[in-house]
Design a protein around this ligand. Sequence first.
Ligand SMILES: O=C(O)CCC(=O)C(=O)O
Ligand SMILES: [Fe+2]
Length: 301
Amino acid sequence: MIPKIDLAALTAGDKAALEAMQGAATDVGFATVHNTALTSERVSDVIETYRAFFKLPETQKAAYDMAKTGSNRGWGAAASEQVDPDANPDFKQVFDCGLTLPAGDPLLDNPFYAPNHWPDQPETFQTVVSDYYEAACAVAMDVLRGVAASIGKPRDSFDDAFGKPMALLRGNYYPTRPADAGAKDFGIATHTDYGCLTLLAADGSPGLEVRKRGGGWIPVAAPPGEFVINFGEMMEFWSGGTIKATPHRVVGGSNERISVPMFFNPTHDTNVAPEGSDQVIMAGDHLSKRYNETYVHLQKK
Ligand SMILES: O=C(O)CCC(=O)C(=O)O
Ligand SMILES: [Fe+2]
């Protein structure tokens, strides 16, 4: 069972909401979250904005291809990412954008804070997506405060680590499953997310499956206004394994689908090694490692 959490109740310290979040964090690794600052209208708006972009001809999208821009911002074509080395590259397409630092910031030279590449079409793309980016970061931070409280830590335990987050907002476009797709083809193959927290909006159509401990898959759907949250690898290290990064996938079927994950990654120089250990795991280094493994244009074969 995937816990269902009212974020306003969690923020207010409601006991049932705290217990549900504790179960989500330390057992299932997933939850759905509703009653947030992001209305269903805003979520639908950003989803339809991404959809309009993905419907452009490939030649137009190619101008923003991240394999050419060299950063992890812009469009990723089908088969540009291989999240599971035992599967084929994913058949989804993506569009990624991240934080814009102010002029003069010392982190500006760092590739994780590279400039965004905004498409000209649809015309509202940059405004709608960057406004959503800001709001999704704020909701994600609120969720993390609730997570901290749910495991008996001060609510602001994670705040300092997210001053300049390497937060990446992605639009995922899953076309219908290709007719020639085989057993190694997926919309997105089985993987765990790399960062701390993922806050995912979707258009309500099915596709996401969460791996059950002991085997099998649990389908999870979220209509606009409800979010799926899950924890990533950095959060699992950081919490010394208390918080779980659970594998998930999208096989893809007869329905087209859009999802919009906010990968809420901490500031580049955050040490996400278990507290009290003498290990050092820099958030930026972990992310680089995972990108080098999974982005086809970065893979060393
Ligand atoms: O589209 C989804 O529901 C899941 C996407 C996902 O797992 C990801 O982008 O990491
Ligand atoms: Fe994921």
